[in-house]
Write a protein that binds this ligand. Structure first.
Ligand code: ZN
Length: 328
């Protein structure tokens, strides 16, 4: 915009034609122009002073820096409230507002369940092979390696000996963070060996299940684990051994169809999804509306599939109590 066209007081001719807008405005002030004329000159000068293209408000507004670090708060899926992550974690990964049980890793489960420092891992050298040369989006060995690097675990189960409130146990915790806790040949083998060791050493056996079911990449080999673990449990039972099964969210597929449902005592965490096939598949098959709370712990308790729904805080107490009752 050419500012020279704006009348600037009594001596407009004094403004050179190449002067910028600001200078023109200052000139107008110096010359003692009428206030209305001065304001007009200043207002007209403003955009030219910033540059030819006027900026938008969002460009001008300073970017607000987030003072809250990522992940400090999270929304609880149970009550939809914003909860403080550290408070939830200190509360055994249970929502302090509504008691929603968050899913936890095997390492966290072992830490919560066993007496501090008592857990000694077993069968850590087992690693899956790929006899079927299976390939989905990527080869199975690549998938395994990626999961191992990501999680730092070799497979989807942590087994070992330890103490729960001073009672010696053999404990297996499935790991949902490793390929959805799916049961391949290594998971099956580690669980079978744990059962056999519990039988041999006359230890109480505790298996905490959480799994998406059999591992598709191992096809028939993963299905065989159902028979293998069940047979080992039958021998454990014949020998008078105690087996406490703890079902957590979610326990599905081949795991539900084998060792998870074979406990002498079966505990389940509140609101855990427990089933063989998913509810959608069942609904499509039977073409009927499924009841409220279908496949949840409380529903299974009513039907007699689960012996007791135990909140996470009480799990150690309840397991210790059952071991005492069994006289082991
Ligand atoms: Zn909640």
């Amino acid at each position: 915009m050419n500012m020279t066209s704006i009348p600037a007081g009594p001596s407009p001719s004094s403004t050179p034609p190449d002067q910028t807008g600001i200078e023109a405005a200052l000139e107008a002030v110096k010359d003692g122009a009428a206030s209305s004329e001065r304001q007009l000159a200043i207002a007209a000068a403003a955009p030219t002073a910033k540059g030819e293209s006027a900026r938008t408000w969002t460009e001008v507004k300073p970017q607000r820096k987030s003072v809250i670090p990522e992940g400090l708060w999270l929304r609880c899926p149970g009550c939809e409230q914003m909860i403080y992550r550290k408070q939830m974690e200190a509360n055994a990964h249970v929502c302090p507002e509504c008691g929603h049980h968050f899913r936890i890793s095997a390492a966290e489960r072992v830490r919560q369940l066993t007496d501090p420092g008592s857990f000694e891992p077993l069968f850590t050298g087992l690693s899956p092979t790929d006899p079927l040369k299976f390939r989905d989006l990527k080869p199975y060995p690549d998938r395994i390696l990626a999961e191992q690097l990501r999680t730092g675990a070799t497979e989807a189960v942590k087994a070992g000996t330890g103490f729960i409130k001073g009672r010696a146990v053999l404990v297996c915790c499935m790991d949902l963070t490793f390929m959805m806790g799916s049961m391949g040949s290594v998971v099956g083998e580690a669980i079978t060996r744990s059962i056999e060791m519990a039988t041999e050493r006359e230890l109480a056996l505790v298996i905490v299940s959480c799994s998406g079911g059999a591992r598709m990449q191992e096809a028939g080999l993963s299905l065989m684990q159902m028979a293998k673990t069940s047979a080992a449990l039958a021998r454990h039972d014949d020998a008078g051994g105690l087996y406490i099964s703890v079902l957590t969210d979610p326990t599905t597929g081949g795991v539900t169809a084998s060792f998870a449902m074979l406990g002498d005592v079966i505990f389940a965490e509140p609101r855990a999804l427990i089933g063989f096939a998913g509810p959608r598949v069942i609904q499509q098959t039977i073409r009927q509306e499924l009841p409220e709370g279908f496949q949840r712990s409380e529903y299974l308790l009513k039907g007699g599939m689960v012996d007791r729904v135990v909140p996470r805080h009480e799990l150690r107490n309840e397991i210790a109590r059952v071991i005492d009752f069994s006289g082991r």
